[in-house]
Structures are given as C-alpha cells and as structure tokens.
Design a protein around this ligand. Structure first.
Ligand code: SF4
Length: 481
C-alpha cells in the first residue's frame, strides 16, 4: 500500500486563508526551481499501456530504475477490446502493447491490474474505486483526464510521455503553480439534470480556454450534494475547460466513499489520514484569484452541437444563429455547424443519431449505468441505431450484472460490453463509421475523436444518451423519466 502523500506529510504548518491547492502544493514541494516552477513530489502515479512504453524505453536508455514502484499502479484501458478480453487479444498490436506493459511492470515491481486481475478498468475509474485516489495527494497519469481524481480533493494532472519518464525516474515533476478559480454552483438540480450538465454548462460559460493557468475549485450546494461519482464526472472535464486540474474539497461524502476500500488506510492510519484530509480542505477565508457562480436551478440537460465541449446548448434550445454572435466568432461557428451537418437556428432536439455510446471515464460508473437503465427500461433501441453500454471497470460490470442491468440493457436492444475506454477514443475495435452521428456520454467531441475521420459526436449525460437511443434522435430525458 502506498504512503498517502509526499515528503511534507503531515504538513507542519499551513498558513491561514489557504486553498486546498496551495496546501497540497506546499506539502509536496521539494524545492522551488530557478525557472520559477516547483519540483513537486507525486504521491501516486497511474500508468496505462498507451503512454508508458516509450517512457519505460527512455528510462532503460538512461539506465535508471523506477524510483518508487510502490507509488505506481498500472492498468490496460485504451486498446482493450470490449467484446472479448480473452488472451491473446484479437488485435495483434493491442496484444503486443499489453505484453509490453506486463513486461515493464513485472521488471519494475509495479502492480498491474490486467484483465485477469478482476480489477482492470479505465485508469480514472479504478483509482477511485480501489481507494488509491485519496484527498490531499498529488497524482499524475499520462492521460489528459487525470483531473478526474480531483473529486477527492487531490491535485491531479495529466502529463505527457516525457513527464511519465520523469515521474518513473524521480517521482517528481517540474510544474508551475496554477491560480485557483472557485466555481460555486448554487441551488438544486432538477430531475433529469446531472453532473454532466453542470460541467458542460460551466465550460459553455467560461469557454474551452477559460481555465488556462487555473485550477478549478468546485463548490456550492449543488456540488456538496453530489455523490463521489457525480463529482468525478465534474472534475473529469476540467481539462476540457482548459484548467490544469479541478477539485472538490473533501468532506464526509468523500470519507464515507473511501472507508473500507482495498487501498484505503485502516485503523490508526485511517484516523491519521482523516485528520490530514479534513485539514487540507480550503479555509473558509481562502483567497482566490477569481470567483464564478452558476445557478443550478436554471440548468437543463445539455447537448453539444459542435466540435469542442464548449459548443453546447440546453436540449430545449436552438442551435446558434451566426448573426447573433460577434463577427470574429462566426467563422468557427460556421465551421463547426458545417462539419456536424447542422443548420443554424434549428432545435437540437430531434437531431438524428446512428450510434449511442454509454461509458468512458466521465460516465461509465455504476450510478451512470443505473440512470441510463431507468430510461432504457421504458422502451427499445430505435431501428437502425447501434447502442453500446461499456462499464468503466470490471468492478462496475460485476455490480451492474448483480443488479441485472446487463439483462435490462440487452432486452432493450443495447450491446452489453466488457470494461474499457471503448468508443471514447476508439483505439480499439469500437469505432464510428463514415459520417455516423454518435450520442455519447464521453468527454470530447473533436473532429474524428471516435475513430472515423468524419464521424460526429454529440456529448450528453448517460440518461440523455439512453433517451436518444430509444428515440433514434436527440430527446429531452425529462419527457421520458
Ligand atoms: S475513457 Fe476516454 S478520456 Fe477516459 S481515459 Fe479512456 S480514452 Fe481517455
């Protein structure tokens, strides 16, 4: 089991009026570098098959060992097929990547959660469910959506391959301290409005580059009322708003989630951890570089219509008209609408879909599948629609199967799959074909993201995806539930 945090644990003093970001940063700071960056100790390093092989090769060339194998955990998610995880994997390239990961982790003494482990899954799903992700930690992973782990009050960054090498070799990263923007979501979400709608609305309001240079601290009654799984969804997409990371201050919801998990501290260690976790939350008088408020009472189910996650509307809204936007924005809007084959000013509801995808590190957890199942049980997948449900981990799959959700989805015409990233990034056989339109619970709607260079993605909550699958068109889930 890895120690909870880094060299400064427990921090001897925390200046009053500090944010969680500053407290965790200071507790993990090894030294300030001449560049102005901090050499930051990384408490937990998560690796997977896509971004680690080159990093291990670079380490070998340098003749360096892995510095802290006990702080490093591996899984296989991006390339794993979801129709069968039987070895050897059907795709020889995928099998080769898994063999490489097995070899590298065995040699370095790193724990690997492979398909035979019963703990395999998407890296951002298994970290939390195993209790590896804990409050007050610094976490790094060679995947953009590492911000997910901030839901626990961790400071979690996505890193590139050369940084994966650096963390393997030194357990440290050279990073600039981000400023902190507090985003308060007030009020209460209505029925059919989910965490996904909250984060899509935040990104719509602040823009996909609005968070550059910031960590987002999510707070307010809506966030506080959320389960850990909902907070994970919100933090997951911080990176889509340009933020370096996003987090929620740890509270009793966090602690109850962690109690008794495989890698959670136990007995005296649990009591010590609790004291640190409580202390690390932002002080009531913390200083923020910026504050933003969003009214949760006014939020509606959201759908993206364009080619980045900031281009979304409420399901009962119309697509933008070019003339209603500043001249400088019009070329981008026109490009997005043309790529998507959508007409300005039309309602988004009723847009025809070809594929429905429920899964990913944003929305492939058990509560996501339960909400989608509530919708799926009301009908059958529309003729001509290909619908997939892909659990985020083997543990999620087992839980769903115990609850009979697999049968429910199958009898409604959905394909029930095995755990993996699947069609989120399509580095495996689950791909869009040609110009297909996909209602997707994932996190990116970039051109070609789902495996076809001309494929089109509409991001929405899992319940909205299920509603679209039944109707064959974008539909308001509030009319179905
Ligand atoms: S589900 Fe998508 S975003 Fe998440 S780790 Fe996999 S490929 Fe990355």
């Amino acid at each position: 089991m890895p120690p909870t945090v880094g060299p400064g644990y427990p921090p001897s003093s925390m200046p009053p009026g500090s944010s969680l970001l500053d407290k965790v940063w200071d507790a993990h700071s090894v030294r300030e570098l001449p560049s102005g960056q901090t050499q930051l100790f990384i408490g937990l390093h998560l690796i997977h098959e896509v971004t680690s092989p080159q990093a291990f090769a670079m380490l070998q060339e340098l003749g360096l060992p892995v510095r802290f194998p006990s702080r490093t955990f591996a899984t296989v998610d991006h390339i794993i097929p979801t129709d069968s995880q039987q070895r050897p994997l059907a795709d020889p390239l995928a099998e080769q990547m898994l063999i490489a990961l097995e070899g590298n982790t065995r040699e370095a003494g790193i724990t690997l959660f492979d398909p035979a482990s019963r703990r395999q899954g998407i890296v951002h799903v298994i970290g939390p469910e195993l209790g590896l992700t804990q409050p007050g930690m610094t976490i790094a992973c060679g995947d953009s959506h590492t911000s997910t782990h901030g839901a626990f009050g961790a400071v979690a960054f996505g890193i590139g391959t050369s940084q994966v090498r650096d963390v393997l070799a030194t357990q440290c990263l050279a990073l600039a301290r981000p400023k902190v923007r507090r985003i308060e979501v007030t009020g209460k979400l209505g029925a059919g409005v989910y965490a996904k709608d909250v984060i899509l609305s935040i990104i719509r309001q602040l823009g996909v580059k609005g968070g550059v240079g910031y960590a987002y601290e999510y707070a307010g009654p809506v966030i506080e009322a959320m389960s850990m799984e909902e907070r994970l969804t919100v933090c997951n997409m911080s990176i889509e708003g340009g933020a370096r990371c996003g987090y929620v201050n740890p509270d009793d919801t966090t602690f109850e989630y962690l109690r008794g998990r495989e890698y959670s501290p136990e007995a005296d260690a649990w009591q010590r951890a609790l004291a640190y976790w409580r202390a690390v939350a932002s002080d009531p008088d913390a200083d923020y570089a910026d504050r933003v408020e969003l009214d949760g009472d006014r939020l509606a189910p959201s759908v993206t219509w364009g080619i980045h996650p900031g281009q979304s509307v409420a399901v009962d809204e119309h697509l933008p008209r070019l003339a209603d936007h500043p001249h400088a924005e019009q070329p981008q809007l026109a490009e997005a609408l043309a790529y998507m084959g959508l007409r300005p000013g039309e309602p988004i509801a009723g847009t025809k879909i070809d594929v429905a995808f429920i899964g990913s590190c944003t929305n492939g957890r058990i509560s996501d599948l339960r909400e989608a199942a509530r919708v799926a049980r009301t009908g059958r997948v529309a003729p001509g629609v290909r619908a997939l449900v892909v659990p985020g981990s083997q543990a999620v799959a087992r839980q769903a199967e115990q609850e009979g959700l697999d049968e429910l989805f199958r009898s409604a015409g959905f394909d029930w799959r095995e755990a993996g990233c699947s069609m989120c990034l399509a580095m495996n056989p689950d791909k869009l074909v040609g110009r297909e339109v996909c209602a997707s619970s994932s996190n990116r709607n970039f051109k070609g993201r789902q495996g076809s260079p001309t494929g089109r993605t509409l991001l929405m909550s899992p319940a909205m995806v299920a509603a679209a699958a039944l109707r064959g068109r974008v539909a308001d889930v509030r009319e179905v539930l």
